[in-house]
Design a protein around this ligand. Structure first.
Ligand code: DX5
Ligand code: ZN
Length: 222
């Protein structure tokens, strides 16, 4: 199980210390949300932030691009030191070549799906990806409520992964707390992004340990 605190919920006045706090607390990855003010109605970080963080933490950097033109961002983020770079399936046809390009740049390739998008849209890409991120809120903002309708999507993807003998990670992002994380784990998720619950806690180490206990459940196999 991978726990990835989302920097979107960190204190922006002290990002370096916040990244170290996540590392010391026992996080596995650091999730970095990139928003362009167009694909989603909010703005966040640039490749320069990833470049600045890279020497400060040993945690793999999990970059989530909520951007309309990821083609201009893949190389800057890969060169800045991103380990995983994920693009949205809602971009349509160009998703396949973006995934391929991500891998050619030496990063792991992730595909993200929004709550209203039918899960069948990811099928053509399953063999190409290292990670499938199932959004459990509509992207753009932290602190939203988990959308329960995401759970059958996780189950479906876990079944496809098993049937096809694939080994991409199944990540969830949005409204992940101790309860919703356990529900997602039961549905088959193995990678948990959490912003408000982890960065908002006084003792992130204790919060991560509690989250790990919550997701330590056997997935229900249909
Ligand atoms: C939402 C982002 C999330 C966000 C999650 O658009 O993709 O990564 O930080 O925040 P919480 O855990 O607060 O819902
Ligand atoms: Zn995210």
């Amino acid at each position: 199980m991978i726990i990835a605190p989302s920097l979107l919920a960190a204190n922006y006045g002290r990002l370096a210390a916040e990244a170290r706090r996540a590392g010391c607390a026992g996080a596995d990855w650091l999730h970095v949300d990139i928003m362009d003010g167009h694909f989603v109605p909010n703005l966040s970080f640039a490749p320069e932030l990833v470049r600045a963080l890279r020497p400060l933490t040993r945690l793999p950097l999990d970059v989530h691009l909520m951007c309309s033109r990821p083609e201009i961002l893949l190389e800057p983020f890969a060169k800045a030191g991103a380990n995983y770079i994920s693009i949205h399936v809602e971009l349509g046809e160009k998703a396949g070549s973006l995934l391929w390009k991500t891998k050619s740049l030496g990063a792991k390739a992730g595909l993200v799906i929004n709550p209203p998008t039918a899960i069948a849209n990811v099928l053509p890409f399953l063999k190409q990806i290292d990670l499938l991120l199932i959004m459990t809120v509509n992207p753009g903002f932290g602190g939203q409520a988990f959308i329960e309708e995401s759970l059958p999507k996780i189950q479906q993807v876990a079944a496809w992964r098993r049937e096809r003998n694939l080994d991409f990670r199944i990540e969830v992002d949005g409204g992940i707390n101790f309860t919703t994380a356990a529900e997602c784990a039961r549905a088959g998720a193995d990678t948990f992004v959490s912003g408000t619950t982890l960065f908002g806690s006084r003792n992130m180490g204790a919060a991560i340990r509690k989250l790990r206990r919550a997701v330590h459940v056997r997935p229900a196999r249909p």
